[in-house]
Design a protein around this ligand. Structure first.
Ligand SMILES: C[S@@+](CC[C@H](N)C(=O)[O-])C[C@H]1O[C@@H](n2cnc3c(N)ncnc32)[C@H](O)[C@@H]1O
Length: 221
């Protein structure tokens, strides 16, 4: 394994803002995030497929009265966000290393207030539909972890994934659904929060437009 990755993994093992399989909170945090980790009653936002955790850290700076958890299976990527949060003394950010399909092992029903899904892997193969993070399998799981009226935000450069996602969302009763196929040139542009992720920059530089939808689900399939 590359030396840089090994150093990052070693840092994650001692980082207070990283929860992964060798940490005690890993098996006890479900239902206890605010009591045992954040030590307040503030609402929790998840950033799924967080990569370097740009939204978790960026929003945590803008909203000190909210808590943020970045989730990704690749610890060497969120090492970047973990370090930035530590350097900026942000106590309202945490990174959880797990597969997103296992989220209900870590969050109790209604424990999550809001979810951002930011440039997830498009998984274009037909056989991978259920592995896309906006498939009904995942949307129903997100809904179980949120109270009714919990916002879901989704950004992607990938048009086929965006079309698929809108079709999946349409299977639910929703409220306040708004979307754009060109976020920066739309009335929803302020939902950008001035935060650009690594993958967003790559695709923007290639001339791709950013698709964005926000909504909340009113029921579970
Ligand atoms: C295309 S990258 C986007 C990273 C970041 N959001 C950005 O915009 O730069 C997708 C990320 O999702 C993570 N990922 C993909 N499938 C996942 C899963 N099922 N569970 C956890 N993480 C996953 C990958 O490890 C990767 O970091």
């Amino acid at each position: 394994m590359a030396r840089k990755k090994l150093i990052r993994f070693a840092d994650n093992e001692i980082a207070k803002n990283v929860i992964e399989s060798n940490k005690s909170l890993y098996s006890t945090v479900k239902g206890n995030w605010n009591k045992d980790f954040f030590h307040n009653d503030n609402p929790i936002t998840l950033e799924l497929a967080c990569g370097r955790g740009e939204y978790s850290v960026g929003l945590a700076k803008q909203y000190p009265d909210r808590n943020f958890v970045g989730v990704d299976v690749k610890g060497d990527r969120f090492w970047v966000g973990s370090n930035e949060a530590t350097e900026n003394k942000l106590e309202n950010v945490c990174f959880l290393r797990t597969y997103i399909q296992n989220l209900e092992q870590f969050f109790a029903p209604k424990e999550v207030n809001r979810i951002w899904i930011v440039f997830p892997d498009p998984r274009p193969k037909e056989g991978d539909r259920k592995r896309r993070l906006t498939s009904t399998r995942f949307l129903s799981m997100y809904q179980r972890m949120m109270p009714e009226g919990g916002w879901i935000h989704f950004k992607t450069d990938n048009e086929p994934l965006f079309d698929f996602s809108l079709q999946q969302i349409a299977k639910y009763p929703t409220e306040n659904l708004e979307f754009t196929r060109d976020l920066y040139n739309s009335p929803l542009a302020e939902d950008h929060f001035g935060i650009t992720t690594k993958y967003e920059k790559i695709f923007e530089n290639k001339g791709f437009k950013i698709n964005y939808v926000k909504f909340f689900l009113k029921g579970i399939l």
